[in-house]
Design a protein around this ligand. Sequence first.
Ligand code: 5AD
Ligand code: SF4
Length: 452
Amino acid sequence: MDQINNEKLSSDLGSGRGVYISTYGCQMNVNDTDRMYSLLEMANFSPVQTPEEASVIILNACSIREKPVHKVYSEVGTYRKLKERNPELRIGVGGCVGQQEKENLIKNQPMIDFVFGTDTIDSLPQIVADVYAKEKAKIVSTKVEHRSPYHVETLVRNPGVSTFVNIAKGCDNFCSFCVVPYTRGREKSRPLQHVLTDIRHLIKRGVKEVTLLGQNVNSYHSDCGADFADLLARVAKETDIERIRYTTSHPKDFNQKLVDIMYANQDKVCEYIHLPFQSGNSRILERMNRGYTREEYLEKIKMIKAAIPNVVLSTDIIVGFPGETEEEFADTVSLVKEVGFETIFAFKYSPRPFTKAAKFADQVDESVKGTRLNYLFDEHDKMAFELAKAYEGRILDVLVEKSEPTDSKVSGRSTQNKLVHFLGSESLIGKTVPVRITKAFPAVLRGELVQA
Ligand code: 5AD
Ligand code: SF4
């Protein structure tokens, strides 16, 4: 496994210097922030809780839906006073926004000292060292390594009980609405042995559950010819991890082999699948370049339910994609009901730079998007509460993650990915225990520990 070479850096660089990272965005970004902190800790920087305590402030911003560039500029603006008071303060922008905007960031906001991208995170200690070495230097480091094998070890500061392990990055699907192929580059999978080694290390640090993470985990392909289903089976068989989850799946690549392996390893692989469908209408799906029709998506759901009868499903949806009519939107609502998703993540379509759909002439009015989104959430709420109520009286296996000593409560997730609260002591953290559900609320279940 490649070692991250920070030895060359002066160990004095970080001594006495605090680093603060402000993160907005998806799970991938949260994961990247952890990696940035870990790398800078290796160069002796100390993570701090507030920007006021920091010598280095980094904004790690996701650009998938919003206009985060404005957010970045306005946040950097709030650091003006800090920068006046502390000439040692350096401000950097990373993540997808860094990748997307490159030197424009520094041109438009001179308070920014350095910009780095999604493929240059591992050079962060060197970038920071260079920024300090050269008075007034501005650094932009956003080179994307196409197709290079993805040889990085998982770096998580405080993994806790449940953590994410990256298995692939980037995406080759080019859905017409999505900026990811441009900000995170072509898809690269990590060697299978590296994933296994990382998980074994995490287990030694107390981790009980891993979520295998990639933009499209189903197109994982390792150096040794293994596909995602093989990887899942090997993580289950060749490590002592107690629970495995994964995200995100793409319907076009979701296959029978994967559900069979999930079923065969159900003692470890959770019966929860996040399968974004984006739109319930085949014409819109084609314009989205998703590679499946409504009927094909429903076929995949049928296959999943047949193989894993107790499966719990969630999804991502975009409303108001260019050209979407009321009837086509109604197809999205009906698909939500037909499948019975317990959770939906729905968003108004947002035109993103470089993408094909941003250039479509028939953009939908913002107010129409807003009305459709609210309607979709209202319809789903009615259904979701019923689905949640069905858990009352059931006993779920809950992996305890946190305690709140003030009211003697603990919380954790069931294999179905339900958040469950119940009375219990801190000593339960890291244990999987049976909990009888006594009351369902829209976002959380309350229960009681079933005594052995
Ligand atoms: N507009 C709105 N939602 C988007 N997503 C991705 N790109 C866009 C966009 N341009 C949503 C998709 C994806 C989720 C992570 O974000 O639903 O699955
Ligand atoms: Fe974006 Fe589509 Fe790739 Fe998902 S599969 S990251 S939506 S391009």
